[in-house]
Write a protein that binds this ligand. Structure first.
Ligand SMILES: Cc1ncc(C[n+]2csc(CCOP(=O)(O)OP(=O)(O)O)c2C)c(N)n1
Length: 310
């Protein structure tokens, strides 16, 4: 049983929907951000850059951890796959963190236009997390360093808790895998808590990951071998995530199983970057993009006059 109520569950679901919509809007749109008229080719950015496939899982993890830890100043979310930046940016925008460092990212319609139009845009935001991202402590363009960075922050800081989302492709890097051993150095008294979360979405770019090829038992045994207790979160339901976070186990290592590209037009190996590649040129793709964007019913979550109504 989850210890959160129906209103918290609804909030998490609505927040994930809003962040999923904003992730897609950042990648694709240069205009018509609230779909106030039918989508046209000129609404689409000329050069499509970004990574959709990992975004839904990031939004799920971010929202659930935020619900659990609230605004605890000693809690930090660390994102390994920095390429899932549209999702991180959406969350930092909704939390007002982006606005703290950039007045143009206000929590209103103008702010929404600003973050969407300027994602992957000349002189705007890069397609990956970068030093200009508020709260950033690892850039993520080169996979592998998130866990070691988190243990470094936890060292000598018992008040801190860091939840680290690690891609299953990322955990194939020698750096990330080797960093699991840091628990033996930094896992004890006098140091903060590091909560690794493996984002098992099954694919790295277009190929299956090694961990997706392992049986659940084989993967769990590997994790136990590093001294952690595996806790599986199967799917994106907040109830499952909150239940996992509320379990009292020694040194948890969460395994978040999502479908890569979930909610988008094509899942798995074709979802890593930009799933629909030429919507401005191909009417059939424009139609699918329109359906995809409309599927989030963003009009229920954001109002031009009142802002977010999550
Ligand atoms: C050290 C390193 N090797 C290779 C890459 C190229 N690369 C970018 S994304 C990616 C796949 C990442 O897969 P995963 O960590 O599972 O992330 P997700 O599937 O959630 O996008 C790879 C191999 C990189 N960025 N850094």
């Amino acid at each position: 049983m989850s210890s959160v109520g129906i209103s918290e569950i609804n909030y998490i679901n609505r927040r994930v929907r809003a962040c999923d919509y904003l992730s897609v809007a950042q990648i694709y749109l240069r205009d018509n951000f609230l779909l106030e008229r039918p989508l046209k080719p000129e609404d689409i950015k000329a050069r499509l850059l970004g990574h959709w496939g990992t975004c839904h899982g990031i939004n799920v993890a971010y929202a659930n951890l935020k619900e659990y830890f609230g605004d605890d100043p000693n809690y930090t979310f660390v994102l390994g796959p920095g390429h899932g930046f549209p999702a991180l940016q959406a969350n930092l925008f909704i939390d007002g963190k982006l606005n703290e460092v950039d007045k143009r990212a206000a929590l209103d319609y103008e702010g929404l236009v600003y973050i969407c139009r300027n994602f992957s845009w000349p002189d705007g935001f890069p397609s990956h997390a970068s030093p200009m991202t508020p709260t950033v402590i690892t850039e993520g363009g080169e996979l592998g360093y998130a866990l070691a960075t988190a243990y470094g922050v936890a060292l000598g800081h018992p008040e801190k808790t860091l939840a680290v989302l690690i891609g299953d492709g990322e955990l194939e890097t020698a750096t990330a895998l080797g960093s699991l051993n840091l628990k033996n150095l930094v896992g004890g008294e006098g140091n903060g808590v590091v909560l690794p979360i493996l984002h098992l979405n099954g694919y790295k770019i277009s190929a299956p990951t090694i961990y997706a090829r392992k049986s659940e038992k084989e993967l769990n045994d590997m994790i136990r071998g590093f001294g952690f207790t595996p806790v599986v979160i199967d799917g994106d339901a907040p109830e499952a995530f909150q239940y996992a976070l509320n379990q009292e186990v020694e040194s948890p290592f969460y395994i978040l199983k999502t479908e890569k590209g979930a909610g988008g037009p094509n899942a798995h190996q074709d979802a890593h970057q930009v799933p629909l590649k030429e919507p401005a040129q191909k009417p059939e793709e424009l139609q699918r993009l329109s359906e995809w964007l409309h599927s989030y019913h963003f009009e229920e979550l954001f109002d031009k006059e009142r802002g977010f109504t999550i």
